[in-house]
Design a binder for this molecule. Structure first.
Ligand code: HEM
Length: 399
């Protein structure tokens, strides 16, 4: 068994949009269970099999100690991510039905309206940043609709959510804490409002959590607020980054862009392959409850372990030509973009809906688009585009 090296890789090294993928391919080949000294030290699982196994074993690999690398400002326990089963189970039982097929069918028209509303002024300008001008707004407005938040509150959420994201990316602790507290206040206001005026639990997250019972008892109020606060952020960042990454890919591959524009029925399959190729998360974490050996390396209990989903999904032992976009690859259903096991993403259906509609509308309303500036990448715990300046050529009839 090898001795843990102090530093197999440094996540604080400057990165480009593409560079982490080469670093991760090298680590998968040379050091698939890697250690870094950054942020107080953490382990990183790089291969598909190791990530899948740890994500699927919630009894040995828990989230309640540290659920993300680096650990960000902590304002109390926020279900479902910060709880382990069985405590975690009632929160998921309340949330999961709110993402069912019926609810998603009802979200389709409002999501498309929001996407068009945001795209129209951007496309009319002929150029702009697909992240700053479109994909950072879309998930917040869609989310506010899913959460039944009034328009004025949705605007506050939009501003605070953006402050929070920017501060997390820039590691500005004070701003993260301030924004996090504001999000808490918003969550609290939503819960108080639903307590006095409940909505149908089949269509409202806060009402569903208030109506839930665990061992015959209501869920603790502080934990309900924590859940709403958790969902406020976790559902916002990933679609922002992913739409940016997809736009970068399609700018670089004009043939694929034209193919999807000509045949929109290919878009759902393309979204699935984009989810694999541009998995936006690399920092969700677990802590082993006992000393474990993974890939021949001893990981002591209590040390944070990042599940590098973005690396797992490019593992060439699982996905042939893993760095290439392949439409309808046979095992695409096995990608880990939404995690695996107890904490897998409950919002996957809403995420897929947003990605599909964003792409449908962007392609239908342009004759082509291309990069016209530098891509700015995100840092840990996300991976992908934080800023992608594009120029747009509009179809002849809309010029
Ligand atoms: C492209 C978009 C998205 C991606 C790739 C994504 C990915 C993920 C992943 C990988 C996890 C697992 C975390 C872990 O293993 O520790 C997760 C959890 C979660 N996601 Fe998503 N997500 C997306 C969008 C959303 C949306 C739109 C919502 C809600 C509106 C959402 C709500 C959540 C929640 C509440 C959890 C925690 C689940 C738990 O701990 O049981 N996500 N997501």
């Amino acid at each position: 068994m090898s001795k843990p090296a102090d530093q197999d890789f440094d996540p604080l090294e400057p990165e480009t949009f593409d560079s982490p993928y080469a670093v991760y391919a090298d680590l998968r080949a040379r050091c698939p269970v890697a250690h870094s000294r950054a942020w107080g030290g953490f382990w990183a699982l790089m291969t598909y099999d190791d990530v899948r196994e740890a994500a699927g074993d919630a009894a040995r690999f828990i989230t309640s100690v540290q659920n993300v690398v680096p650990k960000v400002a902590f304002t109390g326990r926020r279900p479902p991510l910060h709880l382990d089963p069985p405590e975690h189970t009632p929160y998921r039982a309340a949330l999961n039905p709110l993402f069912n097929a019926q609810r998603m069918a009802a979200m389709e028209a409002p999501t498309r309206r929001i996407a068009i509303d945001l795209l129209e002024p951007l496309l009319a300008r002929g150029a702009g940043d697909i992240c700053a001008d479109f994909s950072s707004h879309l998930p917040i407005r869609v989310f506010a609709h899913w959460m039944n938040i009034a328009d004025d509150q949705a605007k506050v959420l939009s501003d605070v959510g953006r402050d929070y994201n920017i501060a997390v990316q820039a590691n500005i602790d004070d701003v993260v804490k301030a924004a996090s507290l504001k999000l808490y206040d918003m969550a609290k206001a939503v819960v108080e409002d639903r307590r006095s005026q409940p909505l149908d639990p089949a269509v409202d997250a806060a009402s569903a959590l208030l109506a839930a019972r665990y061992l015959g008892e209501p869920l603790p109020e502080a934990m309900i607020i924590g859940t709403i606060r958790q969902v406020l952020v976790v559902g916002i960042i990933a679609p922002t980054v992913m739409i940016g990454s997809i736009a970068v890919h399609l700018s670089r591959d004009q043939a694929l862009q034209a193919q999807l524009r000509a045949d929109p029925s290919l878009i759902p399959a393309a979204v699935e392959e984009f989810l694999r190729l541009y998995t936006p998360y690399r920092g969700f974490a677990r802590t082993a409850v006992e000393d474990v050996v993974i890939g021949g390396r001893a990981i002591p209990s209590g040390e944070p372990i990042a599940l590098v989903y973005a690396s797992a999904n490019r593992d060439e032992r699982k996905f042939e030509n893993a760095d290439r976009f392949v439409l309808n690859r046979p095992n695409i259903g096995e990608h880990l973009a939404f995690g695996r096991g107890a904490h897998n993403c409950p919002g996957a259906s809403l995420a897929r809906l947003q990605l599909r509609i964003a792409l449908e509308e962007l392609l239908a309303r342009t004759a082509s688009f291309d990069l016209n500036g530098e891509i700015r990448p995100t840092r840990f715990p996300e991976i992908g585009a934080l800023s992608a300046p594009l120029s747009f050529t509009l179809p002849r009839e809309s010029r």
